[in-house]
Design a protein around this ligand. Structure first.
Ligand SMILES: NC(=O)c1ccc[n+]([C@@H]2O[C@H](COP(=O)([O-])OP(=O)(O)OC[C@H]3O[C@@H](n4cnc5c(N)ncnc54)[C@H](O)[C@@H]3O)[C@@H](O)[C@H]2O)c1
Length: 351
């Protein structure tokens, strides 16, 4: 297949590009190379004759149109987004521009191209939009999100993703574009920009800084290894029903403080320091609008498409900690790019 990926230099997008090329597909990657992009994530595959890169912003309709006309995709996987909740609190409009307007541009340009394809190609075509479970808002101590959970986003990030989901839905209902949506829980794994919880904990811990935990660390997340999420995406592309959304999760609920303690214990073993890393934990003022709990009921994608996660959290987390310890240069280069101090600064304090 010829697959057009947006945001392919980011955390999840680069896993999609690598996986797509490994599976024998032709992959074109549109990426604006924002602060969270890291082209070195694709070092292993960037010279493949099956890989094409376009430094293009998804809001640039003409640029997107030219790339589509040239590459002639058979499927689009839309991963490009502003993705960090704390940044959305400090600067929400960028989130609306990329996540809402950018998605509308992608839909509009892809639909114009798709419309003129021969019948059989139009039938086979797919537009897969990667979204998040955060669009559903916060859960109490019980229950889990399903595809039928009403949307109730609480941050500018999740509101912009919810808006993009609505646009995707409307392009299916109005124009018949064969769309799919994945609403996925928190991803972890290699190549995640070091401002997200797991790399922040690892980097602050080994540098001897405070390990910041929002509130009392009681917020619960359902963690899924990035390669399992990407496995779900390729499964949806192959066998998902157009117009459907699929909730994707790892069935691994962990409170933030438990996660931080697990990472500290792994670091005690893998990179022992004079004192236990957990002594560096510092509770800080909670994130405004911080959702209490996310959990995913993934029974639809499991039953209909036969997808299940392959990683168990314990070994997946261990491999992830090892990866960051072995790739400190990668982390430093990413942090340097955004001009962050060596100690990762707190974001999202404007509210
Ligand atoms: N990371 C998670 O835990 C998670 C969970 C569920 C869903 N998602 C969704 O998955 C997608 C990818 O997330 P991620 O964590 O890999 O993000 P990321 O921040 O690591 O990567 C985003 C990529 O998109 C690119 N990009 C941003 N704005 C762009 C624009 N206007 N035009 C073109 N490219 C642009 C960036 O340069 C970067 O390469 C997002 O849509 C996010 O909402 C993420």
């Amino acid at each position: 297949m010829r697959i057009l990926v947006t945001g392919g230099c980011g955390f999840i997008g680069s896993e999609i590009v690598r996986r797509g090329l490994d599976a024998g597909h032709d992959v074109a990657n549109i990426d604006a190379l924002t602060y969270s992009a890291n082209p070195s994530n694709l070092e292993r595959v960037e010279h493949s004759e099956h890989y094409h890169f376009s430094h293009t912003n998804i809001c640039d309709a003409q640029g997107v149109r030219a790339l589509i006309a040239d590459f002639k995709p058979e499927a689009v996987i839309h991963a490009a987004a502003e993705s960090h909740v704390d940044r959305s609190i400090d600067g929400p409009l960028e989130f609306v521009t990329t996540n809402v307007t950018g998605t509308a541009v992608m839909l509009s340009e892809v639909e114009a191209y798709w419309r003129q394809l021969p019948d059989a190609d139009r039938e086979r075509f797919r537009f897969l939009h990667i979204s998040t479970d955060e669009v559903f808002g916060a859960l109490g101590p019980e229950g889990a999100f399903t595809e039928d959970t009403p949307y109730a986003p609480n941050s500018p990030y999740s509101a912009s993703k919810a808006s993009s989901d609505m646009l995707v839905r409307s392009w299916f209902k109005t124009y018949g574009l064969p769309t799919l949506i994945s609403n996925c829980s928190n991803n972890y794994g290699p190549y995640q920009f070091p401002e997200k919880l797991i790399p922040v904990v690892i980097l602050n811990a080994i540098r001897g800084h405070d390990i910041p935990v929002y509130g009392r660390g009681k917020n619960v997340r359902d963690w899924l290894h990035v390669s399992d999420h990407v496995g779900a995406i390729f499964t949806m592309l192959a066998t998902g029903r157009p117009g459907e959304t699929y909730a994707v999760g790892g069935g691994t609920e962990v409170s933030n403080i438990d996660l931080v303690r697990q990472i500290c214990t792994l670091l005690d073993e893998l990179k022992p320091a004079k004192t236990r890393y957990s002594e560096q934990v510092k509770f800080v003022t909670d994130r405004p609008g911080h959702d209490f709990r996310y959990a995913i009921d993934a029974s639809k994608i499991e039953a209909e498409l036969g997808w299940t996660p392959a990683h168990d959290f314990r070994s997946g987390l261990r491999d992830t900690v090892v990866w960051y310890l072995e790739n400190l240069d990668w982390c430093q280069a990413a942090v340097d790019k955004v001009g962050q101090a060596e100690k990762l600064e707190r974001l999202g304090v404007r509210a």
